[in-house]
Design a protein around this ligand. Structure first.
Ligand code: PLP
Length: 393
């Protein structure tokens, strides 16, 4: 079926690029005409181990032959083990599994409200940052600090406020007696690859402790080694009360997780929340394999090395072209800020055989698989340079 035919059947909500991908291997994908692309998108920070990693193939096929799903009416060993590993890695206390990032954030918003409700306190407002992105459900578009995701969906759920990132005074003045939580991405992905400064995060933590407010870190894009540490909060040395994960956790198999600290976790009491597919044996087995391979193949070290290499190559572009202003980000979540709209560059890259994406209209975003090789980063930089040279910007 060609793209025109497919568009007769598919909801028009995605602005898709005009190629159909049929196969992947490592950091390379192929379209249905046989053209190959170097993949610096990784399914939007999802394919942690690239495409068709042998360990993922083995786990998924063995798990499919054993048990895909059994519901949360019963325990399953994969969910039990994944919970244990995530708790040990994060320092939080309990985990709830779901299927996507938005669902993990829904659970985070629900647990903080329930935590205060259980104490008889009227605290329900969640403060987030402008330019944040927290998902596409009704609560999570209300939480998102970008108007474009909200248009046409009013009335939105109440109880959300937005303040500029890294502005402590603005945050302090937004806090009132109804503030339940502050929810931040340690490094904003969709909003433009914008850093929350480590000292800002430390000050936010202090504010939360002072005012009996919970701190939620949305690490749906930054978590699972993407930023050069297992969780980006480690880079700032600031721990949240609630942490959300998805994307890279399953390496391509849908899974989300909401982790809560000891004092907050009991609020998600029996019967208070749930989801049919959450934590099924297949998604948890895949996530366990992602965690195992990250360690076995020392992938965090690769993230650090490849990040330096990619940043150096992008910095050369900043030094060469006046319209590139800055390289931002951590690990393999990097952004190249541009004074011009980046979409023509993305199209030119694709024609040259390189997949990259945007973060907003003026930032090129690079999210390769975490096991990408030195040679592949070099090749990607070469293709990027070639694409830019060929454009009349
Ligand atoms: N939070 C962050 C920081 C994200 O980057 C995303 C997706 O891009 C989400 C939440 C929503 O995740 P999902 O698309 O899996 O619902």
């Amino acid at each position: 079926m060609n793209i025109q035919e497919a568009n007769q059947y598919l909801a028009p909500n995605y602005g898709r690029f005009p190629i159909t991908l049929v196969k992947g291997q490592g950091s390379r994908v192929w379209d249905d005409t046989g053209k190959s692309y170097l993949d610096f998108v990784a399914g939007i920070a999802v394919n942690t181990l690239g495409h068709a990693h042998p360990a993922m193939i083995q786990t998924i096929s063995e798990q499919a032959a054993t048990m895909l799903h059994c519901s949360n009416l019963y325990f399953n060993p994969q969910q039990n083990e994944l919970a244990k590993q995530l708790i040990e890695l994060s320092g939080l206390d309990k985990v709830f599994f779901c299927n996507s990032g938005a669902e993990a954030n829904e659970a985070a918003i629900k647990i903080v409200r329930k935590y205060f409700h259980d104490q008889g306190k009227e605290k329900y407002t969640v403060i987030t940052a402008t330019q944040s992105f927290h998902g596409r459900t009704m609560q999570t578009i209300a939480a998102t600090g970008q108007d474009k995701v909200k248009q046409g969906f009013a009335p939105l759920p109440i109880g959300f406020k937005h303040v500029p990132l890294n502005d402590l005074a603005a945050l302090e003045s937004a806090i009132d007696g109804a503030t339940a939580a502050i929810m931040l991405e340690p490094l904003q992905g969709e909003g433009g690859v914008n850093h929350a400064c480590p000292h800002y995060l430390a000050d936010v933590r202090k504010l939360c402790d002072k005012h009996d407010i919970l701190l939620i870190f949305d690490e749906i894009q930054t978590g699972i080694a993407r930023c050069g540490a297992m969780f980006a909060f480690e880079l700032a040395g600031v721990s949240p009360d609630v942490l959300t994960l998805a994307k890279g956790l399953g390496g391509g198999v849908p899974i989300g997780a909401m982790l809560a600290c000891k004092k907050v976790a009991p609020a998600l009491s029996a019967g208070s929340h749930g989801t049919t597919f959450g934590g099924n044996p297949m998604s948890c087995a895949a996530a366990l394999t992602v965690l195992d391979v990250l360690e076995q193949e020392n992938i965090l070290e690769n993230v650090k090395q490849r990040s330096k290499q990619l940043q150096a190559g992008l910095q050369k572009l900043v030094d060469t072209y006046p319209f590139f202003s800055e390289v931002r980000g951590n690990g393999l979540l990097l952004g190249l800020a541009c004074e011009k709209e980046v979409m023509p560059i993305i199209h030119a890259c694709r024609e040259q055989g390189l997949l990259v994406l945007a973060a907003g209209s003026h930032v090129l975003r690079f999210l390769p698989a975490l096991n990408i090789t030195e040679a592949e980063i070099e090749e990607g930089l070469m293709l990027l340079n070639k694409s830019i040279e060929g454009l009349d910007l």
